[in-house]
Design a protein around this ligand. Sequence first.
Ligand SMILES: *[C@@H]1O[C@H](CO)[C@@H](O)[C@H](O)[C@H]1NC(C)=O
Length: 244
Amino acid sequence: MKAELLVFPVLALIALFADPSSSIRLPDRTPAFTASDDRRPLKTAVFALGCFWRSEAVFGCLPGVVRTTVGYSGGSALNPTYKRIRDHAEVVQVEYDPKIVQFRQLLDVFWTSHDPTEVFGQGPDVGDRYRSIIFTNGTGETRMAAVSKEKQQAKIRSNIVTTQIQELGMFYAAETEHQKFELKHNPQLFQLLGFMPAEELQRSSLAMKLNSYAAELCPPDVQSRIDAKINNILDKEWPVLKDI
Ligand SMILES: *[C@@H]1O[C@H](CO)[C@@H](O)[C@H](O)[C@H]1NC(C)=O
């Protein structure tokens, strides 16, 4: 993974998206992450940008993003659920390798992936649970978030950016059925993973990436690369996808 940094200086979003070397291997039935992967110092970021099914897919195809989990944050009620989210928002928690992608770049993706001027939801998703929030951990991130919000506001001008910036409090993981939702709702694609227990599915970077592919939220070149890979597998009648 380190080589990626050298080959592709991550300066622009395009470079982030275009990185073809971020393929993820899922060795047979062993967990998606080896012990050495787990020792990598990962960082965590949390964003609210509308329906969390889509939010998860927005971040899942970015090089450097290792794991995504949808959940609830931003409110003060205890133990929110999908049916009783109360004062929380739908969020995605993004675990990333800071050597490959930085908080600043996640912010860029956040801004370009929803309409931060909408007041009570996103498009057809209406309600306070779909509000726009950047969660921060520490003054450094809070400052970066504030600066990026000012830039966004300067760009948009005619409308008010409603995005809130909030120190991250509790994150409650959502129910299993909401994790990798886009992938689960594409049975043909899901089948390509072979049988994967829920817990492994949750930790698998391959499943995370396929979830973005299912939502057509990988960049076009990555979408077509995965298309080709899948067609190739189907041609060979070898029905289990090992990497993309
Ligand atoms: C906040 O950052 C510190 C170190 O910078 C880290 O130890 C801690 O786990 C982070 N908290 C969250 C909720 O990510």
